[in-house]
Design a protein around this ligand. Structure first.
Ligand SMILES: Nc1nc2c(c(=O)[nH]1)N[C@H]1C(S)=C(S)[C@@H](COP(=O)(O)OP(=O)(O)OC[C@H]3O[C@@H](n4cnc5c(=O)[nH]c(N)nc54)[C@H](O)[C@@H]3O)O[C@H]1N2
Ligand SMILES: Nc1nc2c(c(=O)[nH]1)N[C@H]1C(S)=C(S)[C@@H](COP(=O)(O)OP(=O)(O)OC[C@H]3O[C@@H](n4cnc5c(=O)[nH]c(N)nc54)[C@H](O)[C@@H]3O)O[C@H]1N2
Ligand code: SF4
Ligand SMILES: [Mo]
Length: 903
């Protein structure tokens, strides 16, 4: 193996914290990653996802060659880039000629680089002539965009990460930053440790790991934030904890808001939100008396049919208290994806244009058209994500280009999304991994370069632009996104703009950036002073950074002047409206969805690293123990989870962090890892009227116990991706099937499945063959009626594959033996005995890897706690929590549990 010889400074491709990474490689292959000590987002830190980047992205899961399907129902065949893009250009040109420019659409992603984004946007608006270009940021940040614009006049988070550390009072609303923005959470932990007087309030229906840092946790009922925020303002007014001078000098609309919040009395609000009047009062007092007050928020506010109202109600608190434009103060949205900000800047939502302009504004259109040298930009409003897929489903959109997003997993109401994708005449998918749910629908699959293989820029949550650098070449024929777009556009131009000079004459990402940045000159986000070269010289910079500037801008609105027509910030008086689906007899539970600590969205990348399944191994629905008891369910039981739109079969687990009446399911599970279209088969497509962001966090659901007595458990090590692909289709006939990875040094595929009656022996034989259990050193037992069968493969004294069918009580015991690399002497006796009771305490306590970096299980940590170790003792003895620190909040939670619960 070649030793790493080079280091390339780049950024992490996951969350919006935007950490700098040092990629260690040998010019061909990435060997390791370290946090970049010089990057101002993380100063060397990385979380469990960032520090394992080099372990993800198995080549066997990568899209490597363009593939084309020449007719529905046919298989895709490999083609070359010329053939692929010529074909795409021909189909797009013909569709546009026959049905007009709005019969095609582009659905792109906050994980694209700014240069990719800009190229796509120019392609759609200037060349094709449609505003049908939207991005997955619609599911993510569009409510924050509306919130900032309505309240402050421009889409600009006004704070810096340092403000978080310097604040006296932090309100964290609808953000589980311990999981979703971990490095920032580590910075907050450190700040609170050095200034314990800093107050932290968490508003979240669930008691998340983020609550470990909270002085006050308000577990409000789902969707009631607007009532809460108005209730806080009511108390601030009553107590006189507002900044009248700031309100008079710098804002408008306060009287209307005052009138509105008059009705939001503490008693009424406590009732709506399901919290006590005391806790509401304490919350208002912490905010009202704080020298500086900063709020952080994320999807708990944005992903709601009241997302815009929630955002503005929160910003109202800052305006009423004058807590903006000062050190440690301000409303600070955490952006989800690494370059959601870049997408907003380049105008890559259907209603936007580059440079924070509006597609619906004629003057803005004329400015951009003039700069691009085209006659005009399309006037017809573009469709937003939900509307766009609906237009595909009903046949209005006939050619769809999807890049860097997996809508067949991440959009709400999956049944309709799958319908749309299967009926669309021409679907192009530009993807780095061929394994996603959306790739199945690609008529043309274009292999994209990904993290470590591409160059450009990204903007993180604090408006800081970093230069993303390429470390190694992309595998096989994969190409960077900007290059694919420009190459396609140049092939489309002769058909749509014959005889005119190309609009896409870019030879590298820097050229795209140079053209794009001029569109920001003189605008609120002016970044015309930045270039790739400047970022190499000065390091990452925060906009605004106009031409001639020597440094970026850490904080906005220090002068109290806002980018509104009057220069004043606007109070917004939206009343509280309940979530769309209220609890009712048929659907008495509210389903909340969100992130796991170690997985990223549809798991195309994180799902290739067995280690990242150590913390959570499989899909399970979390319910409060009382809800389980009420339904006579025990942890591990399989249930049918159903909403008005669809259902899923999966196990339940007890979770005290969730209030009765609610349920939680991670958003990551799609049809690949769990049979049945995934979490979003349940969610609803209702969206906020202004931001058009869907209500992904509140769906009415119910669970019913299912009897699926015939169960299967299998584990096989080696060639996990290949086996995954081959085995997954065989599980379509099972009612329940979960396929995930497990292990660390020796990754293995882990399968759990169940159905009502034993499947055909032929199917089982097929499965066995793929598990390498059909020949060689395999111990086997089948009961005479063939309803129970056991197979274990032992090589060099170690278990390498397991399959239990019909009866799976020994699964945890066998898995533990596999993991320890032992073949117990009991094994043979147990296996060949007709009675299947496993020896010892098999099937006993299941453990999970709490500390993923140092490979420490929760069992080991509990044992340490029982021996009397505190956090420092645990760190010293077990080394847990000493690397990335992502597990520290959970260790603290174990430490805080009463002794009986710890046992
Ligand atoms: N590990 C990991 N990190 C990620 C990602 C990932 O996939 N994995 N994705 C990134 C992306 S794109 C995003 S957008 C962010 C998302 O980051 P977050 O928004 O922090 O994560 P979520 O888990 O989606 O939701 C946050 C919290 O909102 C709460 N919530 C639900 N309903 C309500 C409500 O009505 N009111 C309030 N106040 N809270 C509510 C949920 O209980 C949940 O704890 O994470 C980013 N970081
Ligand atoms: N129920 C529920 N649903 C949700 C959410 C929720 O909280 N609950 N959250 C929503 C939110 S906030 C978001 S942001 C979305 C995310 O949803 P998606 O955008 O679907 O998420 P990803 O799986 O990250 O999709 C990115 C895809 O790009 C591919 N890729 C990686 N690098 C590159 C590259 O360089 N180029 C190209 N072309 N492709 C690449 C990856 O393999 C992956 O398939 O999910 C939304 N859906
Ligand atoms: S916090 Fe973690 S996932 Fe987010 S950018 Fe930093 S290392 Fe990547
Ligand atoms: Mo997101």
């Amino acid at each position: 193996m070649n030793q790493p010889t080079q280091t390339t400074a780049s950024t992490c491709c996951y969350c919006g914290v935007g950490c700098g990474v040092l990629i260690e490689h040998d010019g061909e292959t990435i060997r390791g990653v370290q946090g970049d000590p010089d990057h101002p987002a993380n100063y060397g830190r990385l979380c469990s996802k960032g520090s394992t980047l080099h372990l993800t992205g198995d080549l066997a899961a990568r899209a490597l060659y363009p593939e084309l399907r020449l007719g529905k129902g046919l298989a895709r065949a490999r083609t070359d880039w010329d053939g692929a893009l010529d074909h795409a250009a021909a189909v797009f040109a013909e569709t546009i000629r026959e049905h007009g420019p709005d019969s095609v659409a582009f659905y792109i992603s906050g994980q694209l680089l700014t240069e990719d984004y800009y190229a796509f946007n120019k392609l759609a608006r200037a060349l094709v002539g449609t505003n049908n270009i939207d991005s997955n940021s619609r599911l993510c940040m569009s409510s924050a965009v509306v919130g900032y614009k309505r309240s402050l006049g421009a889409d600009a988070p006004p704070c810096s990460y340092e403000d978080i550390e310097q604040s006296d009072c932090l309100l964290i609303a609808g953000s589980n930053m311990a999981y979703a923005h971990p490095v920032l959470f580590r910075r907050l932990e450190a700040a609170k440790a050095s200034r314990p007087e800093m107050k932290i309030i968490v508003v979240d229906p669930r008691r998340t790991d983020t609550c470990e840092l909270a002085d006050l946790h308000l577990a409000i009922l789902p969707g009631t934030d607007v009532a809460l925020l108005h209730g806080i303002l009511h108390i601030l007014l009553w107590e006189g904890w507002i900044d009248r001078a700031f309100i008079d000098a710098h804002t408008e609309g306060f009287d209307a808001l005052k009138k509105l919040v008059h009705a939001y009395t503490p008693a009424a609000v406590a009732d709506i939100c399901g919290i006590s009047v005391d806790s509401l009062q304490s919350c208002a007092e912490l905010i009202g008396k704080a020298p500086s007050f900063l709020s952080l928020w994320c999807m708990g506010l944005n992903q709601s049919s009241a997302g815009s109202a929630k955002n503005s109600a929160l910003i109202n608190l800052h305006l009423a208290t004058g807590q903006i434009g000062r050190v440690g103060a301000g409303p600070f949205s955490l952006t989800g994806q690494p370059n959601a900000m870049g997408g907003r800047e380049t105008g890559s939502l259907s209603n936007l244009l580059p440079g924070h302009r509006e597609a619906g504004n004629a003057a803005h259109r004329a400015e951009v058209a003039g700069y691009w040298g085209v006659d005009g930009l399309p006037e017809q409003p573009g469709l937003s994500a939900i509307e766009l897929f609906e237009a595909v489903r009903v046949g209005k959109i006939k050619a769809l280009w999807i890049a860097c997003t997996n809508p067949a997993q991440s959009m709400p109401d999956q049944t309709r999304i799958h319908e749309a994708l299967s009926t669309c005449p021409f679907v192009v998918v530009q993807e780095a991994f061929f394994t996603t749910e959306t790739c199945r629908y690609a008529d043309l699959l274009l292999p994209a370069a990904t993290w470590g293989e591409k160059e450009g820029s990204v903007t993180n949550s604090e408006r800081r632009i970093s230069h993303v650098r390429r470390a190694v070449p992309a595998p096989a024929e994969a190409r960077p996104d900007w290059a694919i777009v420009c190459d396609f556009a140049r092939r489309l131009e002769p058909q749509l703009r014959p005889g005119l000079p190309s609009l896409f004459d870019f030879s590298n990402p820097a050229a795209l950036f140079e053209e794009y940045k001029q569109l920001t000159a003189g605008r609120d986000l002016d970044l015309s002073g930045i270039s790739h070269a400047l970022l190499d010289d000065l390091g990452p910079q925060q906009w605004p950074f106009p031409a001639g500037a020597t440094r970026g801008t850490p904080r906005l609105y220090g002068d109290g002047v806002f980018p509104t027509p009057s220069g004043r910030a606007q109070f917004v008086a939206d009343p509280y409206r309940a979530a769309q689906e209220q609890r009712e007899a048929r659907y008495p539970l509210t389903l909340n969805t969100g992130r796991l600590r170690d997985q990223w969205h549809g798991m195309s990348r994180t799902g290739t690293a067995a280690q990242l399944f150590g913390h959570v191994e499989e899909a399970a629905l979390s319910l409060h123990p009382d809800e389980l008891q009420r339904r006579r369910l025990a942890s591990g039981d399989l249930v049918k989870l159903r909403s008005r739109r669809g259902s899923l079969i999966l196990p339940v687990q007890a979770d005290e962090a969730i209030r009765p009446g609610q349920a939680f399911l991670p958003m990551h599970w799609g049809d690949r890892f769990l049979k049945g279209l995934g979490t979003n088969v349940l969610t609803l497509p209702a969206f906020d009227p202004l931001s058009k962001q869907p209500e992904l966090k509140h769906a009415g659901v119910e669970v019913d116990k299912v009897e699926l007595p015939w169960q299967l458990f299998a584990l096989v090590e080696g060639e996990v991706q290949e086996r995954f692909e081959a085995l997954r289709p065989l599980f379509e006939s099972f009612a329940y099937a979960s396929l995930t990875l497990t292990g660390r040094e020796r990754p293995a595929l882990l399968i759990k499945a169940a159905c009502a009656v034993a499947p055909e022996t032929e199917l089982l034989a097929q499965i066995d063959a793929l598990l390498k259990l059909d020949q060689g050193p395999v111990l086997a037992y089948d009961d005479p009626r063939r309803t129970v069968g056991k197979r274990v493969r032992i090589e060099d004294g170690r278990i390498t594959a397991i399959r239990l069918a019909g009866e799976t009580a020994a699964r945890d015991w066998l898995k533990a033996l596999w993991s320890e690399g032992k073949a117990d002497t009991e094994l043979r006796r147990w296996l060949l005995a007709p009675l299947s009771t496993p020896p010892g305490n098999a099937g006993g306590c299941k453990s999970k890897t709490l500390c993923s970096c140092m490979n420490v299980s929760d069992t080991a940590i509990r044992a340490g706690i029982d021996r009397g170790l505190d956090l420092d003792g645990l760190k010293q003895e077990l080394k847990c929590g000493t690397s990335c620190g992502s597990c520290v909040p959970e260790i603290k939670r174990l430490l805080a549990q009463p002794v009986t619960a710890k046992a």
